[in-house]
Design a binder for this molecule. Structure first.
Ligand code: ADP
Ligand code: ZN
Length: 633
């Protein structure tokens, strides 16, 4: 729990206590409870709920059921301890109001030989009563003043407010030993070089100032999660060996106006006393979001916080050594003012690593793991396009966990591959018992694999398996191409044909009536690709028009021709037509390939049913013995 949460909890408890005291006062039962808990430990019933009339009390007296009487308020109230058959013969404390003028009561008590005691209302009690009557309103008024002060004055109180709500929540390290150095970071060389330069700036400022260079005030790291932004910040702190403040943007976001701003001011005040130093703000988008963009016209608190950040970064005009490092995965929502030169002068994009980057990162994380010789980090990197540094670290960690589970001291290819399969495809299930369905799935998967390897523009087969994973009953993995962002028309068609290959194989081998629901996911993918080819990439007869944008929003409605709705409908029809044409064409191709290669398909299915998994090389060996007719699309 950090300091702020603690403060809030304390504040909450404080209020609860106030309310509690209030309720107890109103209930008027304070007196009774005190009595039961101090004097009579054997009482088990909540006495405040038991009352008795004076008349009944007299009856109790006569019956000899009363054990003890305590008189309060000048004998106007009494707590009677009694036990009777109607009370289940258990001693109970009962409150009795005594009418004014019942002067014989004491006489009676003596007569029946009852143990009694009178508790006078002393001087101190009056004082306490008055004080406690005043206490509640005072607490309320006090807390109202407290909150008003918070919301109005925090911006000028510089964090010296009650309970320190305006203090900076940043963690501070005088000489940080984060355990991370630049050699632990791979695959993001550009960002690393930039940071190495800043370290050298901090270590030998003269070298730079001599030629008139100014130290940058802020560096903004932008990139998807898990790409090593925090890692870079830790490394720079370690290597520069200067004080390091680290904080998450969300820690400045508070309910009360001015607190975030006060915290920013406090952070920069402290930082400027300790120059040169580094201030790392993670998730800076939490404070740096574009102003006035929130729902309902913006959020005053956040805007004040952001304004304060902007002012502070302007404040140290000649940078004396406070370097602000911000990290975000949403540079697009940051306020333009934050990105203006003079604040975050440098923006570094930390992207997903490419193949070489992935090899580098895998090497870094393999350092402390006993990998066997058969593990190829290069192959693993080939299999994992789109993986971030964190994903790769996680992959090797999973492999190590699997090795431990299998009681091994080293990690082999098997564990590494299994870990990759798990992360990409989901956790493996048990294979199907049903012979007929298993055979059908085998044909489906081999259908994908054969079609994929016949097409020149398709990725290579990595592995075929009948072990279910995630939602799929069987899987065919292809080694994905490095650059998934730039695909040609024939690559897209090859994907559609290959994806249809599974279902087509079922159709050809088992006949139309036996086709299963198993291909629904395939069909969805196929339709998606075909639709995008038509509406986004201009790869159909409709021509090079963007009919939908990235978010699948239709853009064509705004083309001003004819009446809008007529136009939209015709275009929508044409889109559907073109999508169908593409898919039909691809289905035909897939059928041709399956029919042409039926012999090898049967053979591979047999092997697959036997071993349940075939890796890419085994598959290619089998295929090599038969001529597969290569197809161009
Ligand atoms: P981000 O801050 O970008 O979300 P992190 O820096 O927190 O990501 O990365 C999480 C973990 O992933 C790191 O602790 C590290 O183990 C691993 N990692 C990420 N990127 C890299 C990289 N480029 N080189 C080595 N390890 C990395
Ligand atoms: Zn399939």
């Amino acid at each position: 729990m950090n300091q702020n949460t603690l403060q809030k909890v304390l504040l909450g408890l404080f209020f609860l206590a106030c309310i509690f005291i209030g309720i107890k006062k109103i209930d008027g039962a304070t007196l009774i409870n005190t009595k039961t808990s101090t004097n009579n430990s054997e009482l088990s019933v909540n006495v405040s709920s038991s009352r008795m009339t004076y008349g009944r009390f007299l009856e109790y007296l006569e019956m000899g059921w009363v054990k003890q009487v305590d008189l309060y308020d000048n004998s106007r109230n009494a707590i009677v301890q009694a036990s009777s058959p109607e009370l289940g013969n258990r001693p109970q404390a009962i409150r009795v109001e005594i009418p004014v003028g019942s002067s014989q009561l004491i006489q009676k008590l003596k007569e029946y030989n009852i143990d009694f005691d009178a508790h006078p209302v002393g001087q101190k009690n009056i004082f306490i009563t008055i004080a406690s009557n005043l206490l509640l309103p005072l607490i309320f008024i006090g807390s109202l003043i407290f909150f008003f002060q918070n919301s109005e004055n925090f911006s000028s109180s510089s964090g010296s407010s009650p309970m320190n709500l305006g203090n900076s929540p940043a963690r501070y390290d005088q000489s940080p030993d984060t355990g991370v150095s630049f050699k632990d970071i791979a695959g993001i060389d550009e960002a690393k070089a930039e940071f190495e330069e800043i370290v050298s700036f901090l270590k030998e400022p003269d070298k730079y100032t001599l030629v008139g260079a100014k130290i940058p005030k802020g560096v903004l790291l932008v990139g998807p999660p898990g790409t090593g932004k925090t890692l870079l910040a830790k490394a720079i702190a370690n290597e520069a060996n200067v004080p390091f403040y680290s904080v998450a943007g969300s820690e400045f976001v508070e309910m009360f106006i001015g607190i975030g701003a006060a915290r920013i001011r406090d952070l920069f005040n402290k930082a400027s006393e300790n120059t040169p130093c580094i201030v790392f703000i993670d998730e800076i988008d939490a404070v740096g979001r574009e102003r006035g963009a929130g729902i309902g016209g913006g959020n005053d608190e956040r805007e004040q916080t952001l304004n304060q950040l902007l002012t502070e970064m302007d404040g140290f005009k000649e940078n004396k050594g406070v370097i602000v490092v911000g990290a975000t995965n949403r540079a697009d929502i940051l306020d333009a003012a934050l990105l203006r030169p003079g604040r975050f002068d440098r923006q570094i994009t930390v992207g997903l690593p490419d193949r070489l980057g992935r090899i580098g990162i895998l090497k870094v994380h393999a350092r402390n793991k006993p990998l066997e010789d058969d593990v190829s980090l290069v192959k693993l990197a080939n299999r994992t396009p789109g993986f971030s540094g964190a994903d790769l670290a996680n992959l090797l960690n999973e492999a190590a966990i699997l090795a431990t589970r299998y009681k091994k001291k080293t990690i082999s290819k098997n564990e590494v591959n299994e870990a990759a399969d798990r992360i990409i495809g989901g956790i493996a299930g048990t294979t199907m018992e049903d012979k007929k369905n298993k055979k059908l799935i085998a044909y489906h998967e081999v259908g994908h694999a054969i079609v994929g390897s016949v097409l020149r523009n398709h990725d290579e087969v990595e592995k075929i398996t009948l072990i279910p994973r995630g939602g799929a009953k069987g899987l065919t993995w292809f080694t994905p191409d490095e650059d998934q962002s730039l695909l040609s028309r024939s690559q897209l068609l090859a994907r559609i044909i290959t994806t249809l290959g599974g279902r087509v194989a079922e159709q050809v081998v088992f006949g139309d009536p036996e086709v299963t629901t198993g291909a629904s996911n395939d069909l969805q993918q196929v339709t998606n690709i075909a639709r995008q080819m038509v509406t986004r990439y201009g790869m159909s007869n409709i021509g090079p028009i963007a009919l939908e944008d990235d978010n699948n929003e239709q853009t064509f409605v705004s083309i001003p021709t004819g009446t809008d709705s007529d136009y939209t409908e015709t275009i929508a029809d044409r889109i559907d037509n073109e999508v169908c044409k593409i898919i039909n064409h691809c289905e035909k191709k897939a059928t041709e390939i399956i029919l042409d290669n039926r012999v090898v398909i049967d053979l591979i299915v047999e092997k697959l049913l036997d071993s349940e998994t075939l890796d890419g090389d085994e598959f290619r060996e089998l295929v090599k013995e038969y001529t597969i007719i290569p197809t161009k699309i």
